[in-house]
Design a protein around this ligand. Structure first.
Ligand SMILES: [Zn+2]
Length: 253
């Protein structure tokens, strides 16, 4: 119990009662927390700007007996203005936030996840390629959650992957010995790009285009993986798909 000051990204913001809001924050030290922001929906509130969804803010929190914290102050560090001006960037940012929400539990400090999320938002705000940034961020979020498969080895037998590798939904890449009829062909260029992304830092995400078709193909793998582990399609993914979804070329070599 007591007061905490932390940097946090606002994952969700929902109206609550007359003047309040319930916010889900992902904080650098505290991890994911749910908090009530009293009076934030009144014109005089000083916290409103810092508690919009997809804002990075310095927040003051009161931690009492309840799992629900109280926000006592919020100062925006950045609202990522360029993300807000562009539907594609906004959609991708919301997908990253939703993925963090789905892959984490409350009160579990995960500084690596915070870094990936902030890195993704900065990359999107910095004008880098939204699809490439999203795929890289999602892949690294899976890693932080301890879920991602090894992009170099067969997820079934552990051998190094060969040119006839395939992708097994929800599992990862499989070699030609292990692949079955249900596995989707995996283009070598897409696997090579995924290995590149696997070792890339947020400062480089989306700065260069992926090989033709690779970002879309890897995004399908990542989405399958998320759905298999989360058990459903995250809400922001469905919203994004209603707005835009690039055509995906099925694996051709
Ligand atoms: Zn194998």
């Amino acid at each position: 119990m007591g007061r905490e000051r932390d940097r946090a990204v606002v994952l969700r913001h929902r109206p609550y009662r007359e003047r309040d809001a319930l916010v889900t924050l992902f904080a650098e030290r505290l991890g994911k927390v749910a908090a009530v922001a009293k009076g934030v929906r009144t014109p005089k509130s000083r916290m409103a700007a810092g508690l919009q969804a997809l804002t990075l803010a310095r927040v003051d929190l009161y931690v009492g007996r309840s799992a629900l914290l109280t926000v006592t102050g919020a100062e925006p560090e950045t609202v990522f203005p360029r993300v807000r001006e562009d539907l594609e960037r906004m959609g991708r940012a919301a997908m990253c936030a939703d993925l963090v929400d789905e892959l984490t539990s409350e009160h579990d400090p995960l500084p690596g996840t915070f870094q990936v999320l902030v890195g993704a938002l900065e990359a999107l705000d910095g004008g880098r390629r939204p699809a490439e940034v999203f795929v890289a961020a999602a892949w690294h979020l899976l890693r932080e959650a301890g879920l991602k498969p090894d992009p170099s080895r067969c997820a079934a037998c552990g051998r190094m992957l060969d040119a006839q590798a395939a992708w097994r939904s929800g599992t990862g890449p499989v070699c030609h010995r292990c692949r079955t009829a249900g596995d989707r062909p995996a283009r070598p260029a897409s696997l090579a790009w995924l290995r590149h992304v696997d070792g890339e830092q947020p400062a480089a995400w989306g700065s260069r285009p992926a090989p033709p078709g690779a970002a879309a193909e890897v995004e399908r793998w990542v989405r399958d993986f998320v759905v298999a582990h989360v058990g459903r399609v995250p809400r922001a993914f469905r919203v994004y798909d209603q707005v835009a979804w690039p055509e995906v070329e099925e694996g051709k070599d």
